[in-house]
Ligand binder design. Structure first.
Ligand code: 8YV
Length: 327
């Protein structure tokens, strides 16, 4: 039997995923779950045929330049690959794969949770109760904003953007979106979605904005200070994609000055650091990058990683190969 490939996994993965990986490959697990330092990552890349990193591992050109000769595949545990310099990896003959599709519904659910939480002051209300501050109902207390009948502007209408649109439509929001290109007429009709080629024009007219695009050089600070200023004062911004898409200090300043009404954020520009201004604001809901954090998603992501490695090692094209042109 051919020798099993050496697979190095950088973080603790769900038990069933780890067990299956150990059965199939010569797998090195990280049971401590401590993120690797850059030097440890280089070490891992020197002994691995396959590296399985996550969003917390930054695999840049400097680290890749020190990879060993056996490294052939980086099978990312995650859909976003902005943690990996894919072009440099490919140039060195290293294939990169990701785990799209299996976290779509959970991330869309979390987007709706943030829209509802920010508009209806869910976290603020829960905190009042838990800190003993609920002294009785009042007609004018804890008023939020209705979401039904409002306009939702989705930035990035891929799988997750469309899953958000389906949910939001059911909640009575009208769907608008900005994307590199319009969705198919069938999907546009199903979602009754309005396409905005101009992001600026869309931003100025929406009640809620949801960021659902990947972080690429082209989307870095897509919501720049200038663009954020186009938003209406009652607007809410939700981000379950990547923090880098929004100029976080500019957003924090606008929220602090009441120039927009609220925000629901699951991701940040310099994770795990969060702009300190955001932490003090009552009109934001902040989550610790939990979009795909369900037992089901994480197991499915692991299964995708395994299929990608197995297919690649069997000499075929892995199903989730990332091509730089896609980014
Ligand atoms: C993952 C994510 O938890 O898949 C992604 O792109 O942002 C998260 O849902 C993370 O990337 C795991 O590496």
């Amino acid at each position: 039997m051919a020798q099993k490939p050496k697979v190095v996994v950088t973080r603790k993965l769900p038990d069933p995923v780890e067990s299956r990986m150990r059965e199939l490959f010569d797998t090195e697990l990280n049971s401590t779950d401590r993120a690797m330092t850059p030097d440890e990552l280089v070490d891992a890349l020197q002994r691995a045929d396959v590296l399985v990193p996550t969003v917390t591992d930054r695999i840049d050109s400097r680290i890749l330049s020190r990879a060993g000769p056996n490294l052939r595949l980086i099978a990312n545990f995650g859909a976003g690959v902005d943690n990996i310099d894919v072009a440099t990896a490919n140039a060195r003959g290293v294939t990169v794969t990701n785990t799209p599709g299996v976290l779509t519904e959970d991330t869309a659910d979390m987007t709706m949770a943030l829209i509802l939480a920010a508009a209806r002051r869910v976290v603020e209300g829960a905190q009042v109760v838990q800190t003993g501050g609920f002294s009785g109902w009042s007609p004018t207390w804890m008023l939020g904003r209705r979401i039904a009948g409002k306009r939702l502007g989705i930035i990035g209408m891929g799988r997750i953007g469309q899953a958000v649109a389906r949910r939001a439509k059911a909640f009575g929001l009208s769907i608008h979106y900005h994307n590199r290109k319009p969705v198919s007429p069938r999907i546009a009709e199903e979602l009754e979605a309005t396409y905005w080629e101009s992001l600026d024009q869309m931003l100025a007219r929406m009640d809620v904005i949801s960021v659902n695009c990947p972080h690429t050089p082209g989307t870095f600070h897509l919501l720049s200070a200038r663009r954020l200023k186009l938003l209406q004062p009652h607007a809410i911004v939700v981000n379950t994609a990547r923090g880098e898409v929004i100029d976080e200090p500019a957003l924090a300043n606008m929220l602090a000055r009441g120039e927009i009404a609220g925000a629901g954020l699951d991701v940040y520009e310099n994770e795990p650091a969060i702009n300190p201004k955001l932490l003090k604001l009552p009109n934001v809901v902040l989550l610790p990058h939990m979009g795909s954090a369900t037992v089901e998603s994480r197991i499915d992501m692991g299964e995708k990683v395994i299929i990608n490695i197995k297919t690649f090692m069997d000499g075929h094209r892995p199903p989730d190969r990332v091509i730089p042109a896609m980014l």
